[in-house]
Ligand binder design. Structure first.
Ligand code: SF4
Length: 320
């Protein structure tokens, strides 16, 4: 069935469809902690990090810079083999901290080691928008000529007041420049966004959809705000609870369906929600509902509405 512009019957432009088209099957990302830091932690911009940040919540147990990159990939493949069906191939996912925040020589050494692994067919590189200068973009562009590369850029919010409040250390213009830079260098760039940050509302996020539609975003990850134990945001939440929007699950499903309707159908949906081990959460929510169930609920909601990604999208910024 090829009912939607992205060529299958799912009601949103799924990352799995994109991987099928690109590689011919499911690609498993293997997370790596390559020992990078970030300017918000090493003192360049600050030492406390973004107020919500807890990298440990996302890092799988096998993932540590004490191991070589090759060892982390081997351990990651075993980790996933015990949990999911055999994939078509693997992508090395440089996930922890800011993975372009280092001299080019370090980046080359680490990315080359990952690419030398016989099972790795490409790289996914997560970073901050202010860690993509021309020299790095030139290097990534040259790397892309020999392998698959995807860049993930943390946007988190489209609003400068929020970016200041969560101590990101950059503004939204910096985000625009990062996507423009990737686009100019023919690098597929993805966005990471958090719904629920203090001072923002669901109406704000729906209004922001057109801002995202105007950027050269290839893929996008949505996360509901999760407040982690021990972070500055945990204290802020207890002091200013009314400023936060912690979604109930049913509300989130409807909200994501609303958001998808407004989103450019050319943008690939990499993730609809975050999922971390409950032991990290300071504010518990959703009672351990698994990610797959959230995806099914969003698809059911779109079907109930007879709707799909981009149904209400302003075609002026469309790619199809
Ligand atoms: S969220 Fe990213 S940029 Fe912010 S402190 Fe954590 S690693 Fe650094």
């Amino acid at each position: 069935m090829d009912g939607y512009p992205w060529g299958d019957s799912r009601r949103f432009h799924s990352h799995s469809r994109f991987m099928q088209m690109q590689f011919g099957g499911r690609m498993q990302r293997v997370a790596i902690d390559a020992g990078f830091t970030c300017p918000n932690r090493d003192g360049s911009l600050g030492t406390g990090g973004c107020t919500y940040c807890l990298n440990a919540a996302f890092n799988p147990s096998y993932c540590t810079p004490k191991k070589s990159i090759t060892q982390q990939i081997d351990d990651g493949i075993l980790f996933h083999r015990n949990r999911r069906r055999e994939p078509h191939g693997y992508l090395a996912y440089f996930q922890a901290f800011s993975n372009t925040y280092a001299p080019i020589s370090d980046l080359k050494e680490k990315f080359d080691e990952a690419l030398k692994h016989p099972k790795v067919q490409g790289l996914v590189i997560a970073t901050r928008p202010d860690c993509l200068n021309e020299e790095i973009l030139d290097y990534l562009e040259s790397l892309q000529q020999r392998t698959y590369i995807a860049i993930e850029i943390g946007i988190e919010s489209c609003r400068d007041a929020t970016l200041r409040r969560i101590r990101r250390g950059h503004d939204f213009d910096c985000v625009r420049r990062a996507f423009a830079g990737c686009h100019a260098h023919h690098l597929p760039a993805g966005a990471h966004l958090i719904f629920g940050l203090p001072g923002e509302t669901p109406a704000d996020w729906l209004a922001d959809a057109d801002i995202l539609n105007s950027l050269p975003i290839q893929h996008i990850k949505f996360h509901q705000l999760q407040i982690f134990k021990g972070t500055p945001m945990e204290s802020e939440y207890h002091e200013h609870t009314a400023d936060f929007h912690i979604f109930a699950i049913d509300e989130y499903v409807c909200f994501i369906a609303d958001f998808l309707e407004l989103l450019n159908p050319s943008i690939i949906i990499d993730r609809l929600a975050g999922e971390v081990p409950p032991r990290y959460l300071a504010v518990s929510h959703w009672h351990n509902i698994r990610y797959d169930e959230i995806v099914k609920s969003v698809e059911a909601e779109l079907e109930r509405r007879n709707s799909w990604q981009g149904k209400k999208h302003d075609k002026k910024s469309g790619h199809f």
